[in-house]
Design a protein around this ligand. Structure first.
Ligand code: HEM
Length: 121
């Protein structure tokens, strides 16, 4: 027994009153084929199985990312606002709080955090 899923998804549901389902990265990792393809983008889980054939960038790139955190690849492409809107259609839940920070942690954005604060005026 793994006791993975924890009944309540207290984590911020994006909108609406239903709590969003929560998935561990392990669960996401199993969906890495054209039979079932899930992606994590910005801590959210998307089932892109039915989108594979429709993706303007091709199904291959999606399959490469399937089962993983695709935030970086998604952002690198510079997807349009339309593309971002489309994400909603494929949203199925949130990454489990224990797994947050693991995904994407290879590349923490620390653009200006190293700077000392100066008072400019
Ligand atoms: C559910 C997730 C995704 C959605 C809804 C989506 C949607 C789209 C859309 C609508 C376009 C057309 C151009 C635009 O409007 O920006 C596009 C292009 C593209 N996408 Fe995605 N995409 C997703 C994930 C990804 C991922 C994970 C990759 C990984 C590399 C990727 C790579 C590309 C590429 C290479 C193009 C072609 C860009 C070009 O020809 O200029 N996409 N995508």
């Amino acid at each position: 027994m793994e006791g993975g899923r924890q009944g309540e998804a207290a984590a911020a549901a994006p909108s609406g009153d239903r709590p969003a389902p929560v998935f561990t990265l392990e669960e996401v990792a199993k969906r890495n084929s054209s039979r079932e393809a899930w992606l994590v983008i910005h801590g959210r889980v998307y089932d892109v199985t039915r989108f594979l054939a429709e993706h303007p960038g091709g199904e291959e790139v999606l399959l490469e990312q399937a089962g993983r955190d695709a935030t970086e690849s998604f952002e690198d492409v510079g997807h349009s606002t339309d593309a971002r809107e489309m994400l909603k259609q494929y949203y199925i839940g949130e990454v489990h709080p224990n797994d947050r920070g693991k995904e994407g942690s290879k590349n923490p954005s620390r653009t200006s955090s190293g700077q000392t604060r100066y008072s400019i005026c």
